[in-house]
Design a protein around this ligand. Sequence first.
Ligand SMILES: O=C(O)C1=C[C@@H](OP(=O)(O)O)[C@@H](O)[C@H](O)C1
Ligand SMILES: C=C(OP(=O)(O)O)C(=O)O
Length: 431
Amino acid sequence: MQPLEATVTVPGSKSLSNRYLILAALGSQPVRLVGLLRSRDTDLMMGALEALGVHCEVDADVETTVTVTPPAGGRFRGNTDLFCGLAGTVMRFVPGLALFADGPVHFDGDEQAYARPMKPVLDGLEQLGATVEYHGEIGKLPFTITPPAALPQTRAHVSIDSSGSSQFISGLLLIGSRLPGGLTLQHTGEKTPSLPHIRMTVADVTGAGGEVHADETARTWTVEPRALQLPDTVTVEPDLSNAAPFLGAALIAGGTVRVPHWPETTTQPGGLLPGYLEQMGATVAFPVIDDVRYCEVTGNGTVHGLGTFDLTAAGEIAPSLAAVLVFADASTDMVGIGHLRGHETNRLAALVAEIARVGGKAEELPDGLRIEPVPAEQLRGADMETYADHRMATFAAMLGLRIVGIKVKNVATTRKTLPDFVGMWNGMLGE
Ligand SMILES: O=C(O)C1=C[C@@H](OP(=O)(O)O)[C@@H](O)[C@H](O)C1
Ligand SMILES: C=C(OP(=O)(O)O)C(=O)O
């Protein structure tokens, strides 16, 4: 195939979009969100907020501009049903709002979501006085949250094990400011996955007027009671994790891929991506053209294996990095990502199965994934399973850059966070 020469614009960050939607709902004045991601996960978030009495108005001309108006008096509507799909940010961030509802809130999701861990965040809400009734397996969707008759009036102390997902901590930090005495949150687990995502939550709560003290070594976060209000207008950064399949493509296919509006500083873990790709052999630059800052990644067809590679901070981009590493000259142990077994699908098992399907070599580690090099002639095309997982679909498309005959089943699953993945991919390939 020809070396790539492409500029790819990626839509707004899922993680920032869904945090801003929650924080806007927790305020008292309308907030205009500009550059909001419009995809399945953010539409599910808006649907859940609407069910709670929040008004989300999509601009008639620009569908990525949405004005969020919180309910009068800050009281969410109870006796309502919410649907979370397969969205971790919806199923772990919205339950906290149920504390401030005027009746029980019922949560459901895709059947596949019934496998995702939920219990720590719900245990946290029970420690704050809510009642949780599980309708299926204990600790999983579907469930009903009944708000407490009265919220704790003094500082609330909540203790949970968040080693299964950073989103349990984020979900509680997002609502901590609303508790009359504030919140002290203790994470009892040994490891904290996706710390940048927790720092993002702290930064966004602070940006809405909150006050959070983080002691990451003691794994304790203290949230002061504050009235939250985001600024009138908030602009969402592009999704840097969703840039990974495109920037990674430059290493697999060779050539150059640029992503515009790359922020100089960011709370997104995708900010670590250029450095990771550089370690794998890419040349990375950040040119500014007509006041727009780009991340520009150039590959020459060689990919270096990384030995032991700790991805605890950014497990979300593991599938994209795995696709690049299938073509590496040495093996890589991606570690610190055991919790990917509870993502959209068991991603460690899925990646091992799909790498084997094309003739590659990978195995699960207790805490991650080992990918070993195989001779190019051993790799062969196949119909790739995607497990209703957007990142398994983009992973498979990436393999197709170097392996002839790859077909991606149910590529539409990329709608979870990228509404037009196919158009973007074809655009990058010049098709
Ligand atoms: O808070 C967030 O926006 C996210 C946190 C991470 O979750 P985990 O800590 O469960 O990996 C990440 O993988 C997910 O895509 C988004
Ligand atoms: C883990 C992910 O999503 P979720 O927000 O559903 O947890 C992801 O997008 O890689």
